[in-house]
Design a protein around this ligand. Sequence first.
Ligand code: ADP
Length: 495
Amino acid sequence: MVELVRNYIGGRWIESSSGETFDSYNPATEESIAPVAKSGVEDVNAAVQAAKEAYKNWRLTPAPRRGEILFRVAALLTERKEEIAHLMTQEMGKILTETRGDVQEAIDMAYYMGGEGRRMLGYTAPVEMPNKFGMALKDSVGVVGLITPWNFPVAVPSWKMLPALIAGNAVVWKPGEDTPAVSALFVKVFEDAGLPSGVLNLVTGAGETGAALVNNRDVRVISFTGSTETGLKVYSQAATMGKKVTLEMGGKNAIIVLDDANLDLAVEAITWSAYGTTGQRCTATSRLIVQKGVKSKLVEALVEKAKTLKLGNGLDESVNMGPLVNQKARDKVEKYVEIGKGEGAKLAVGGHRLDTKGYFYAPTLFTEVAREMRIAREEIFGPVLSVIEVNDLEEAVEVNNEVAYGLSSSIFTENVNAAFKAIRDLTTGIVYVNHGTTGAEIQFPFGGTRGTGNGMREAGLAGLDSFTEWKSVYVDYSGRLQRAQIDTEAVLKSE
Ligand code: ADP
């Protein structure tokens, strides 16, 4: 058994106050990776207290200096990329190419937000009175709470943590309970980069630990990524305390393929977007909306391609698809495949688990899916793709837009007019043309419409919004009490 994964509170790696632990498992082998501190209210409150203390100095540290620490974080992450990627693959199953990409996003974000240390742009505008100056500044908020899932164990927290830190906030982070070990490795990078004690704190545990963070009144912002069910619970609980909340929740993302599309390109993109990370990305493609002229040919090619995918332990570089994250996730996929069959959809490939250790499930494709079926509307979060046939672009857009979620969508066409109409009419937060639904870059806002979120975005120019407050400043250098327009003349006369 390897060493206990501990909490990181006030710059110390410590056990939970109860001494209780839970285990983190490798989903490819079903073996335990490490025991992990199971944190309760007391631990969370201690972490918040440490953050509150550390915030006093951190907010006064000039932002360019804070940025230098983030640049060191980027450099250390680059050095440790392989180590972190390997542990991530062991802990949550996705293949090494993907876990390396996960770490790379945090590197990109660390450089981007490190640069914000010399921008953090506010603005000035003219004011109504003479001899008066006005400006709006981005100010820190205080202690912020981050609650994240297991599917992007380093990238998703980095979208929250790095902007929160550069803006001068102190952070308490509750990572997904399936990926605590890699989370601790990520936090170690900040410690080694010289982040002052207490500015970033880690508390490991499951739902109760997250709830304790939401319930702590000293935490002014909650940034959450996870399931819609939990996100809405967090939202309503936080609302009773007037907290600012950022939510990134479910998706039911679609790729539209028109008759004139480059099919080879579409097949590659659909396969990667639907089955990459075993379908467990918020931006994964789970619906294929295809124009009728090209449907048979496309389905045939996708079925052939799915059969060539090699499943196995993600540490093996020849493997294309790892396991689902845990038994609960596989049970959910199996339940939805039964629902799909019951609804009358036709299984074209897959539809079964692998007869080995680990939570493996074959890449699965349903055809004859009607748009009102549950498999066409509900998030499955596994390697299951539903094919819906449509007559034209207009119908395709309608099918794309009618689901409860609105994260990512994509269109394959060689017709520039159709592409621009789709860009105009698709109502998702992210739109791709001739590219799958995954692969967001950190310099653009990330997030979704409708049930995917609550109107907030992460990354890009929106990245600081969750973690800053506007402070409007007026400086009157007239030396007199200026009250109204009428005073303007008096001041000007006396000049
Ligand atoms: P998933 O299982 O897909 O990761 P969840 O929404 O269950 O999605 O989990 C996302 C994060 O929310 C995890 O860190 C989890 O521990 C946390 N969480 C679960 N329940 C609650 C809750 N009631 N309050 C706060 N956080 C929670």
